[in-house]
Design a protein around this ligand. Structure first.
Ligand code: AGP
Length: 591
């Protein structure tokens, strides 16, 4: 998962524009950054390890001269995080440079072949083979860029999008299973992993199909499909709001996004979303599968419980990376609900492809309506929560749940109350919990600063929230955290509990209350420190975070908020950057 950008135009010099674009797409990877520009027939490359702003400050990337260029932010897959492995990669003669997102599966075999042919590699990356292959084919095709691109495309296997700049002033790109989008303005053309790469300059975009090659020269673009035929792809107007992502008064995107939830949570119900059609597909289905990764999987887990409890509908939920192993029973009357903030997660897209091949209908719940997932779906509902920049999913999780609740409400003929009046009440309650921010900050500061393990207990509909809370703590604060189904404690995890343990119990006063109190007693007697999150106080809690009283089935929507805020302050306490956790990227576009 890297971001790539290519630019050819008269808007400004290439370098400052590329740097700005990369800052917008940095969520895709932030191990290293680099750009290449074309200046007086020479390709200049500048690159280094670190985030865009850091590398720009050290190397003055934005001062590289030239009107045409390419850029990249990296999330390392092959080869360590080093300056040499940063993109762009040169060909030997330095008349081509390339940036790549994805994985070239046959790079070792190609590398041997190219080295035998005299090519000298400078990095350990799979990506560098593209630069040398392009060079080889450029010479073989007598410097014909189109032929060069086609021949190169034919040789590489895997998932990729790449953009190359040639010293003759052409930029060219190709994609297979990784996104590549053309941005079109009267003064410039862009090739980008995400519309965010050019949205400041134009809202006109072409989403290339799998197998497409695009060549940009003389202010024109030409697209070839996988049959090498020139094709016209539709131009889409993308929403400008997608590009509005400022931190405002907040120190980090993560806490800003947590706090804007009381506003964004109602957005899916403002625009005309496809709820009725979505539910019709579900009613007609022979069997229902739910899939997603990470946070989106956790919301799927809760979706399954709600469907079963309130709509009496059976469904199966699988992590997208595991879905393929359970897909034998998928058949034409099956329906797959795919949940994803980005709509670009490779595991999710692979699951959906597999299900589609078996004839299943695809319903998605997705934030980016122009994403690959939305475009592959028979019907989608948009999260409409605006750009989520923080790598940790927060507001997208709440909106996924809001949508799932509404679906269950429709399917169950209002067995749960979730009309606009109820949603407004819920909004006020979420605001009440968000107002606990300062209290939670103080609580976190009162805990000792070297926490090694945090456990979160919950039963039934609270268990997926326990899992989600623990995921937030792990990724933001780098603390081992585990969500545990409270009833499972005695089957093993209780052995972990001692005086050093911090245990958060999700314990609203519902049908699970007494059982969770029993588990809390068992933990308390082993000396653990207990943080209770509930509408009802209990003396077992060392610290009590009080939730407003509401209908019992709504608590998951509320109790996630203090867990998000806690995770944020645990990261701040350790002086970590919560927006960009180490080793992660917002959009995981590799399998
Ligand atoms: C959550 O905080 C994570 N960053 C991650 O688990 C994420 O939810 C997962 O990668 C799925 O992403 P998606 O929703 O964009 O498909």
């Amino acid at each position: 998962m890297c971001s790539i950008i290519g630019y050819s135009g008269q808007l400004t010099l290439a370098a400052p524009l590329l740097v700005e674009s990369l800052k917008k797409m940095e969520y895709r990877g932030y191990d290293s950054v680099g750009i290449a520009t074309l200046n007086k027939g020479n390709i200049l490359v500048s690159k280094g390890v670190g985030k865009v702003a850091e590398v720009d400050q050290q190397l003055h990337l934005n001062e590289l001269p030239g009107e045409i260029g390419i850029g990249h932010t990296r999330w390392a897959t092959h080869g360590g995080v080093t300056d040499k492995n940063a993109h762009p990669h040169y060909s030997c003669s330095a008349n081509i440079a390339v940036v790549h997102n994805g994985i070239i599966e046959n790079y070792q075999e190609l590398k041997v072949e190219l080295e035998n042919d005299g090519h000298i590699f400078k990095s350990q990356t799979d990506s560098e083979v593209i630069a040398h292959l392009l060079e080889l084919n450029y010479e073989k095709s007598n410097f014909n860029v189109r032929e060069t691109m086609t021949r190169t495309f034919e040789r590489i296997r895997g998932s990729f999008a790449f953009v190359a700049v040639f010293s003759n002033g052409t930029i060219a790109g190709a994609r297979y299973d990784e996104p590549l989008i053309i941005g079109i303005s009267s003064d410039a053309l862009f090739l980008s992993s995400d519309v965010l790469g050019f949205l400041k300059h134009t809202d006109q975009a072409i989403f290339l199909d799998n197998g497409d090659i695009v060549i940009v020269e003389n202010k024109q673009y030409t697209i070839f499909d996988n049959q090498q035929t020139i094709v016209n792809r539709p131009v889409t107007q993308v929403a400008w709001e997608l590009g509005s992502s400022e931190k405002g008064k907040f120190a980090h995107y993560t806490i800003k996004e947590i706090h804007e939830q009381s506003e964004t949570m109602l957005k899916p119900f403002v625009t005309s979303n496809n709820f009725e059609l979505f539910c019709k597909y579900l009613n007609d289905a022979s069997n229902i599968y739910i899939t997603g990764s990470g946070t989106s999987y956790n919301s799927g887990l809760l979706g399954k419980l709600l469907l079963s409890k309130f709509a009496k509908k059976k469904s199966e939920v699988y992590m997208s990376s595991e879905f393929q192993y359970f897909s034998d029973t998928v058949e034409p009357l099956s329906v797959v609900i795919a949940i994803s903030q980005s709509g670009e997660t490779a595991d999710v897209l692979h699951s959906v492809k597999r299900a589609k091949e078996k004839g299943a209908k695809i319903l998605s719940i997705v934030n980016i309506p122009t994403s690959s997932l939305a475009r592959m779906s028979d019907c989608y509902i948009s999260l409409d929560c605006g750009p989520e920049i923080g790598v940790a999913a927060t507001k997208s999780f709440l909106n996924q749940l809001m949508i799932l609740y509404n679906i269950v409400c429709i399917l169950s003929n209002n067995n749960i109350k979730f009309d606009s009046k109820e949603r407004k009440k819920l909004q006020a309650m979420i605001q009440t919990v968000l107002n606990l921010d300062n209290k939670i900050k103080t609580l976190i500061n009162s805990l000792h600063h070297d926490l090694k393990d945090i456990y979160i207990l919950g039963r039934s509909i609270h268990y997926p929230i326990a899992l989600e809370g623990s995921l937030k703590i792990k990724e933001l604060a780098y603390i081992h955290a585990e969500g545990i189904a409270a009833g499972e404690l005695k089957h093993g995890p209780l052995a972990l509990i001692d005086k050093e343990s911090v245990v958060i119990v999700l314990n609203p006063n519902d049908e699970t209350y007494q059982d969770v109190v029993s588990s809390t007693n068992e933990i308390k007697s082993r000396g653990a420190f207990i943080i209770g999150i509930s509408d009802l106080h209990n003396d077992l809690y060392d610290i009590f975070i009080e939730l407003p009283k509401t209908d019992s089935y709504l608590y998951p929507l509320i109790e996630i908020i203090p867990l998000q805020i806690m995770s944020y302050y645990l990261a701040i306490q350790k002086q970590l950057d919560p927006d960009y956790p180490r080793n992660l990227a917002k959009s995981v576009t590799v399998k």
